[in-house]
Design a protein around this ligand. Sequence first.
Ligand code: SAM
Ligand code: SF4
Length: 361
Amino acid sequence: MLDLSLPQLQTSAFAGRPAAAPPPAPDAARRAGHLWDSHGRRIRDLRLSITDRCNFRCLYCLEPDTTFLPSRELVGAADHVRLARIAASLGIEKIRLTGGEPTLHPALGEIIAGVAASGVRDVAITTNGATLERRTLERWRTLGLRRVTISIDAVEPATFARLTRSRYDVARVLDGIQATLDAGFEETKLNAVVIRGLNEDQIVPLTELARRYDVEMRFIEFMPLDDGREWRREDVVAADEIVAAIDRVHRLVPAGRDDPSATALRYRFADGAPGSIGVIAPVSRPFCGACSRLRITADGKVRPCLFSTREYDLRPLLVAGADDDAIRQFLADATWTKQAGHGIATSAFERADRTMSAIGG
Ligand code: SAM
Ligand code: SF4
């Protein structure tokens, strides 16, 4: 398991290679009007990270002494909205706002409204849920936010504190979940990263949340994207093990994937209880073949894959006032370079320089 005692000396969540413009894609891909990669996958989902800041320091994501990027290096709210509109014109159907912690963004309402008006059919957010309030949530819903995913890795307070290293109590997150349900979104889901020796004992208590709140509780395999760079294969609790642990207490019935590109394999409860379980298994059962995602970081780097070791800097174009066609071409070129898969399970696997908080999960 992770050695929590190791001191970490980090100065930036991304001390990586210089990002550059992508090489030109073939003309057909540039003119397609949709985003295609060179492996025949069409990109329909955009993860838009709107901040690298966070009020948690989850030990699988962000180290306590990591510094954040200067504000002047971040993409502004108006440009997030502009990128959403351009992405929609390229056939992007869903945009998930993420971070860092997206709810910390002072202009989140403006971003939600702009993204919702961009032409995409679905606007979602992923949040740690620590500061959610019903009135604010209702405002976001009326502005066009349709779906909310809240991360909660433990219900036992000491385990929650140990994992998140935050000053917020798990009770705040549970209140945030209730407030989200009360605000009437189309869908609310919960996320938990499971790490061996840390929160395996929370799998069943977290499952009870699915049944209590009638939501999907999704368990995510630990990925090598932690700021502390302590990920080891042995720390991953594989999807099969997670499902078996739940099945011993509440029999599960496989329910497949929502669609082929969906990240989660779903299960219902055999006893007909409300709620469902999802397992996201990038390590033990990679789903790269049907990937439909593209990411843009808070500082404007286009990342064709979560595990990209190369990324492309879009911000100079935004700053220089490049026209929409130039940005469309840049996105088409970057998408074309998307790698076939991450290969975590292979010996050739190369870790990305960015951490999850600096990419946008
Ligand atoms: N701060 C928000 C939150 O925690 O929900 C949004 C950003 S966070 C980077 C998005 C998702 O990535 C969270 O559900 C988090 O649990 C997950 N995540 C972060 N680091 C991870 C890792 N090393 N392996 C697997 N999932 C990770
Ligand atoms: Fe922050 Fe989310 Fe990373 Fe936790 S997982 S440190 S809440 S960005």
